[in-house]
Design a protein around this ligand. Structure first.
Ligand SMILES: [Zn+2]
Length: 400
């Protein structure tokens, strides 16, 4: 079993130990008789750093603990059993993990105290951390007011800089302690307390007072398999998040020429104006297309039917569809339209021409007998016109 030095002192980043075992398994792993490296557990990831010995040094890239309590360090270069080593831990990474981890205690404690919610697990990620919470009434979302209440309470407890204490109580003392939840392990139970508002079993690394958490910011709460998944940032991560948000809000404010507190309403007004402008533009283009279609109308090509054979440059497809729909809503119309490289053959409901069959004969595409579309070139509409005029000479085009 490895003596875990971080239990006594979370600030210990340099220590001496001895290699007791070495194993090869997806890299080289060494066990030490004593170590201040934190092994992945309780949702908190491992520490990184280096092992240094006489004439040698290697990076520690992972740390895990086995069932018998031996802490294993994955190293880049092999170290022989019996080697006396000096361990050095990456301070920034450890500090960040301590901030996130201790912040989670405050969050879980406040949710329990104020809302009766039970925190199930912690996931300390490289960008954000999350907990899953079971609510007494089974709901899977917190209101904005509840989030604000929790943030205010936790941050006031951070500003109060309350002491954080970790110790191994004896069984009698343990039984008398008002723990927030039942310990997950049965022996070597370590307890952490924060001021008079949090007390729970925990084997993690914590700062010595709440003030060192800096600040906490809840960034989302979403339903997750019957629970609430709450994501949060503490310490420097919360500070960075605020900076990015502020920069982003300021830039958007500059673009919209609007103060930060009116961003949402300014963006809403802008979106409404844009939608109105798009609608007007579409209507304008639709009318332009209809004008072209009307200019090309032939009344004597097909008996009883007005035929328009129209070729246009590329146009807005929404406006084209709207114009076609509008045109064939009148009685007695047939339209052979080519816009760019797109064909649309359409006719009024009282006209007896199979546009689906016609478009297949001259280009690629299909659809319904009254409205068909596909790909083709301007010549296609002329070929289709010729087919209608020659093959359909004696046809009865319109139903009564
Ligand atoms: Zn803890």
């Amino acid at each position: 079993m490895t003596e875990r030095l971080y239990y006594e002192d979370s600030y210990l980043l340099e220590f001496d130990g001895k290699v007791t075992q070495v194993r090869q398994e997806q890299g080289c792993w060494v066990a030490l008789d004593r170590s201040a490296f934190y092994p992945t557990s309780g949702g908190q990831p491992y520490d990184t750093g280096a092992l240094i010995w006489k004439n040698g040094k290697t990076a520690v890239t992972d740390v895990q603990v086995d069932k018998s309590g031996v802490v294993w360090h994955r190293v880049e270069d092999p170290v022989l059993p019996g080697t006396e080593v000096h361990g050095s831990i990456d301070a920034e990474r450890r500090k960040d993990h301590m901030e996130q981890h201790a912040g989670e205690h405050l969050l879980a404690g406040a949710i329990w105290e104020k809302l009766g919610g039970t925190t199930i697990g912690l996931h300390l990620g490289s960008e954000e951390s999350s907990i899953d919470v079971t609510m007494p009434d089974g709901r899977t979302h917190l209101s904005d007011e509840e989030i604000e209440m929790l943030e205010r309470l936790e941050n006031s407890r951070i500003r109060a800089d309350a002491p954080i204490r970790c110790w191994f109580p004896n069984e009698e003392e343990l039984n008398a302690l008002p723990l927030r939840k039942k310990p997950a392990v049965e022996e070597h139970i370590r307890v952490v307390s924060m001021g008079d508002f949090e007390m729970v079993a925990c084997g993690g690394t914590h700062p010595s007072s709440t003030g060192q958490i800096g600040q906490i910011k809840i960034i989302s709460n979403v339903p997750s398999r019957g629970k609430i998944r709450i994501s949060f940032l503490c310490g420097e991560r919360a500070e960075n998040y605020f900076r990015i948000l502020q920069q982003c809000a300021r830039k958007v404010g500059n673009v919209l020429s609007c103060p930060m507190d009116r961003l949402a309403s300014c963006a809403g007004e802008l979106k409404a104006k844009l939608a109105d402008a798009e609608r007007r533009l579409n209507r304008f283009e639709t009318e332009r297309i209809l004008d072209f279609i009307h200019v090309n109308e032939e009344t004597d090509s097909l008996p009883g039917v007005t035929l328009s054979v129209t070729v246009l440059e590329e146009m807005n497809s929404k406006a084209v569809s709207a114009a076609v729909t509008e045109y064939i809503s009148e009685k007695g119309k047939a339209l052979l339209l080519c816009v760019g490289e797109r064909l649309t053959f359409a006719r009024s409901s009282d006209v007896n021409i199979d546009m689906n069959e016609l478009i297949r004969r001259v280009g690629r595409g299909g659809g319904r007998p009254d409205l068909s579309s596909g790909a083709g070139i301007p010549q296609c509409v002329q070929v289709a016109r010729k087919i209608l005029m020659t093959e359909g000479k004696d046809k009865k085009w319109r139903s009564k």
